[in-house]
Design a protein around this ligand. Structure first.
Ligand SMILES: [Zn+2]
Ligand SMILES: [Zn+2]
Length: 190
């Protein structure tokens, strides 16, 4: 009986802690706030992340064991990110990458052409996008940030939708208001 009560208490505690509002880190708040003045903050931060990645990949990551494993398991980057690196004009480093990818392909069996993992850069960017949109949904609940947003160029349509979807359902109408979307029809709440 005591065991049962203890388990019940733990379940309740877990449920309460799950409802704790999402906390935005100081760094994320500062970055999103700065990016707001330059355009869609998600597009701005994504472009910066891509530039940073290109620099670090071509200078360090391309030869690191973790990235070699990751790229072997995805058989390289997607077409878009491969071209981004090819356009960087770093033939020696990219030929080294091509070499270990080819070695990885030859070592794979029985179906060497099957792509088992998605492009690691696409996955990384998708996770960052999700995190920025979740942070924005949280920050837009603050009047000061909402005012800053309304004075900015605003989110692009794709990221506007992502931010709305990142907010908990009961808060979506409030976020839509902060985003100046009062007339928007939100999932079953006319
Ligand atoms: Zn955008
Ligand atoms: Zn990609």
């Amino acid at each position: 009986m005591i065991d049962l009560l203890l388990r019940l208490k733990l379940t309740l505690l877990r449920a309460v802690s799950c409802r704790k509002p999402h906390q935005v880190s100081y760094l994320a708040r500062a970055e999103l706030s700065r990016a707001l003045s330059e355009g869609c903050p998600v597009c701005v931060l994504e472009a910066e992340a891509l530039r940073r990645f290109r620099f670090w990949f071509l200078n360090e990551y391309y030869g690191e064991a973790a990235w070699i494993d990751r790229l072997r398991s995805s058989v390289g980057f997607c077409r878009e990110h491969t071209w981004m690196l090819v356009a960087s004009d770093a033939p020696y480093r990219l030929s080294y990458v091509a070499l270990y990818l080819a070695e990885g392909l030859l070592a794979r069996s029985p179906s060497p052409w099957r792509r088992p993992a998605p492009c690691p850069l696409c996955s990384q960017l998708a996770a960052m996008r999700r995190s920025w949109c979740r942070d924005l949904a949280r920050l837009l609940e603050e009047e000061q940030f909402a005012q800053q947003y309304r004075a900015s160029p605003g989110l692009c349509p794709a990221h506007l939708q992502m931010v709305l979807e990142s907010a908990p359902r009961p808060r979506q109408a409030f976020i839509a208001q902060a985003l100046n979307l009062e007339g928007l029809h939100l999932g079953g709440h006319p």
